[in-house]
Design a protein around this ligand. Structure first.
Ligand SMILES: [Zn+2]
Length: 245
């Protein structure tokens, strides 16, 4: 779905724990740079490639991936994208996420699973093993780390906003020219409403709220959520309300 000139919200269908859902990586293009923000689940490269080409952009023009955080549904195709485009692709992420993405630290969600392993039903144990293997297969080098407040000179200027909470190095991206926030998992859309991510999937809920407060410093018209898609109904007021709940 076209959000503005050079911004496309991709819609990739996937099955998560038996339920079908749509996830939304974002594609950002200007003359020289094509950026994919988040990369879907392991095995979804064919769908991502197709979704990119449907926007009229050749897949091999892709030269950058920005990862909002290291959860499996965001880094799932990192290593396969790098394999396809070994000479051109650069992977960027917040410095707190780097060791997880490179496979040097155990992903936060695996630790959560691991802590509950004994009380887990057999089918959850099977899912856990699958997710664990997925993390092992998608690990990738991070070529450049990002810091809070950094401005990237693409697509009219992209502000990196460090929004810890969901994970420690979670980032949102603010596209100044388009007053658009790529929220990653800092915000969800459910039944047409902008909401906080469910607390059981967050590393630290208090940090999540602090990060929402930080987002109120930006003038946001459009929000792109990885889970739930597009929101553009008085976004500033809605984010402020969520930060003060
Ligand atoms: Zn997610």
């Amino acid at each position: 779905m076209k959000i503005a000139s050079g911004i496309e919200m991709l819609e990739i269908s996937s099955i998560v724990m038996g339920k079908s859902s749509i996830i939304n990586p974002t594609l950002l293009c200007d003359n020289d740079t094509v950026i994919l923000v988040d990369t879907g689940n392991p095995g979804q490269l064919p769908q991502i490639r197709e979704a990119i080409e449907q926007t009229g952009v050749a897949f091999d023009r892709l030269n950058m991936v920005i990862v909002t955080h290291h959860d499996i549904d965001h880094i799932g195709c990192l290593s396969s994208i790098r394999k396809e485009l070994p000479d051109s692709i650069k992977v960027l992420a917040h410095k707190e996420e780097k060791a997880y993405i490179q496979g040097e630290k155990r992903p936060i969600k695996l630790t959560l699973f691991e802590n509950n392993r004994n009380s887990m039903p057999e089918e959850m144990k099977a899912i856990y093993e699958k997710v664990k293997a997925g993390y092992r297969n998608c690990r990738s080098n991070v070529d450049k780390t990002l810091a809070d407040g950094e401005e990237l000179p693409y697509c009219g200027g992209i502000n990196v906003i460090h929004t810890p909470g969901h994970t420690l190095g979670h980032i949102c991206l603010y596209l100044q020219k388009f007053k658009t926030l790529i929220a990653g998992d800092a915000l969800f859309v459910e039944s047409g409403m902008l909401v906080k991510p469910p607390s059981f999937i967050n590393f630290d809920m208090d940090l999540c709220i602090k990060s929402l407060k930080k987002l109120t410093e930006y003038n946001i018209e459009t929000v792109v959520c990885y889970h739930g898609g597009l929101y553009k109904n008085n976004s500033n007021q809605r984010i402020a309300a969520l930060a003060n709940e």
